[in-house]
Design a protein around this ligand. Structure first.
Ligand SMILES: [Zn+2]
Length: 243
């Protein structure tokens, strides 16, 4: 139960939290950031009456707690650039969309100081942000029927939108590839090592129901002990199915 409760989203937004309309644009990318401060200072800044400049949808702390300030339905103020700056962005989607990136993005802040971490996450933070990325992808699919593929075009860093002012957000050690491989659609995974195993039909049924997952290398490793994180992922999916 502890494993599950650490992935509850804690609402922190208030009447001072900056937000605006998406102007009809569906969320279609996740943009990752580093806070350059503690979780506590980020929470107080995003709820302060004196902050008239910034916000984010989510914050993931170093101990793996997840906070939310802005509904996914609204734009957070995290990735704004002028239209004259779109050409500087290295993320191809900025050119393609040609509108304010806040209108089509969902932003996640990660507690950390670039000078200390270079964007690397704690183990708890990585597990929580993987879960959160999956939550956002599912939420967007359910509410807008928009697919947000788990790839580097749709899961990006702030530096790819604003390479001039934010070159170190979230930092070169931010684990994009680990997050993406953890999120890879189960349907893309061909399980290579379950043939003839006694549990083969059960494993297949579990994968089809979206309860179980293979490894990114296409194996299932049926005799390997299940880890806490793997069990947590199954439990989260079970609870979701029951709703
Ligand atoms: Zn940023």
């Amino acid at each position: 139960m502890n494993i599950i409760s650490q992935y509850q989203i804690e609402w922190k937004g208030n009447q001072y939290t900056n937000k605006s309309s998406r102007r009809g644009h569906a969320p279609s990318i996740i943009v990752n950031h580093i806070t350059e401060g503690s979780s506590d200072s980020t929470i107080s800044w995003f709820t302060s009456s004196t902050n008239k400049v910034s916000s984010a949808h989510f914050l993931v702390s170093k101990v793996g707690r997840i906070y939310q300030f802005v509904k996914i339905e609204d734009s957070a103020w995290a990735n704004g650039i002028r239209s004259s700056e779109y050409h500087r962005a290295t993320a191809p989607i900025v050119q393609e969309k040609g509108v304010n990136p806040n209108w089509y993005s969902v932003s996640i802040e990660h507690e950390g100081i670039y000078r200390d971490t270079r964007g690397e996450l704690t183990k708890e933070q990585l597990a929580a942000t993987i879960w959160l990325h999956g939550y956002i992808i599912d939420y967007v699919k359910k509410n807008w029927n928009v697919d947000m593929p788990a790839d580097r075009k749709h899961i990006i860093g702030h530096y790819e939108i604003d390479p001039v002012r934010k070159p170190f957000c979230p930092g070169e050690k931010y684990p994009f590839e680990r997050i993406i491989s953890a999120l890879k659609d189960v349907s893309e995974i061909e399980l290579t090592d379950i043939k003839g195993h006694w549990a083969e039909p059960y494993i297949k049924r579990g994968v089809e129901a979206g309860l179980l997952n293979g490894y990114p290398d296409g194996s299932f490793r049926p005799n390997q002990y299940v880890t806490r994180a793997e069990l947590a992922a199954v439990m989260v999916k079970l609870l979701d199915l029951e709703k």
